[in-house]
Design a protein around this ligand. Structure first.
Ligand code: OSB
Ligand code: MG
Length: 369
């Protein structure tokens, strides 16, 4: 493979409904897309999952763009390499910036799968032609609004409900949800809004039979999470704290959680994601596919990743229509009445990229060659 050109694009995509977590509210996504073109003119697409600000992690659109432009793209362009799996090694000199790296690497995986005329999920080694879906529901203006949203998503068939919590929107809300929906598969995501001083609150949470509580403590912690897990029955799931297969190994050894939310961008792309999945599978730690409010391109990559054997729990990958009036891929991602996505069998990411739609949303473009 020889990448001749990297195209960077920023699109603005308004969410149908705002998405609020313990760290803030998003109404319009700023999404950085990457297109790689090889010397024969074949193309691949990737999406950078960095957010609008450095709140979920230190990466955001304005760190990813110049990091790709100045450092990552030049490390890949013009180099002859065997496979997309080698992209990671070419960019090794840059520390961190995994979401920026993932955007380039995943575009190379799409390109490679297309050249092989293979669906990306099979090229990655995926085994599940259908994946299980849940939804992540943000903090709402009122408890009533949350209960109504849950009702809608259950009627659509989603297999589990995740709600966001923060101090002041936690135990009381979960009690109300459980009261109305006693049997559903339910979990809560705190996005690091608590400390070990809140252990008593999480012990209270044990009575609500949650599948798991996601990232209750600091974004860069595994030590306190291990202490919390010792004190509570609800499984702890790690999101923000896991950036690599080494992080996963250390967290597992320490007992910092029993489940891992695997996000493609957070770990640095498909090669790293496969490593995290393998470590978890070998240690009997279930993983599920997390989401970052991706457009269709990132969503398609998530779907491909979630076909790997270790993905045994419903993920946060849901239908395009939950997020966007019109997605940037055709067809949009749809979910069956059983809460599953049928994985496409076309080459590469398996969805057609809607160039016209992307052009109409683009606010800036830059070519690196
Ligand atoms: O913590 O999983 C999270 C969205 C943005 C940042 C962090 C998270 C999320 C989600 C949304 O929960 C999942 C989705 O629907 O894409
Ligand atoms: Mg999370």
């Amino acid at each position: 493979m020889l990448i001749a050109k990297v195209e960077l694009r920023e699109i603005r995509l308004p969410l149908i409904h705002f998405f609020e977590t313990s760290f803030g509210r998003t109404t319009v996504r700023r999404i950085l897309l990457v297109r790689v073109t090889d010397k024969e003119g074949a193309e691949g697409w990737g999406e950078c999952t960095a957010g609008e600000g450095p709140f979920y992690s230190y990466e955001w659109v304005e760190t990813a763009w110049p990091t790709i432009k100045t450092f990552l793209a030049p490390m890949v362009i013009g180099k002859e390499f065997e496979s997309a799996a080698e992209t990671w090694g070419l960019m090794k000199a840059v520390r961190g910036h995994r979401m920026a790296k993932a955007a380039i690497e995943n575009a190379c995986w799409d390109l490679e799968a297309k050249r092989l005329r293979m669906p990306l999920w099979k090229h990655l080694g995926g085994t599940q032609a259908e994946i299980s879906c849940g939804v992540s529901i943000g903090i709402q203006d009122t408890p009533q609004a949350l209960l109504e949203k849950i009702e809608v998503e259950l009627a659509a068939g989603y297999q589990r409900i995740k709600i966001k919590i923060k101090p002041g929107w936690d135990l009381k809300i979960i009690a109300q949800v459980r009261d109305k929906f006693p049997e559903i598969r339910l979990m809560a995501d705190a996005n690091s809004a608590y400390t070990l001083a809140d252990a008593a609150l999480f012990k209270e949470l044990d009575q609500y039979n949650l599948m798991m509580v996601e990232q209750p403590l600091a974004h860069d912690d595994i030590f306190d999470h291990a202490e919390l897990q010792r004190q509570i029955k609800t499984p702890v799931c790690l999101d923000e704290s896991i950036h690599s297969s080494e992080d996963a190994k250390h967290a597992i050894q320490l007992g910092a959680g029993r489940i891992i939310n695997l996000k493609l961008g957070r770990v640095g792309g498909h090669t790293q994601a496969k490593e995290v999945e393998r470590v978890c599978r070998e240690n009997n730690i279930p993983v599920w596919c997390g989401g970052m409010l991706e457009s269709g391109i990132g969503r398609a990559h998530n779907i491909a990743m979630a076909t790997l054997a270790g993905f045994t729990l419903p993920g946060d990958v849901s239908a395009s229509s939950r997020y966007w009036a019109e997605d940037i891929i055709n067809p949009p991602v749809t979910v069956s009445k059983n809460g599953t996505i049928s994985v496409p069998d076309k080459a590469g990411i398996g969805f057609e990229v809607n160039q016209r739609r992307i052009d109409s949303l683009t606010v800036r473009t830059e070519f690196i060659s």
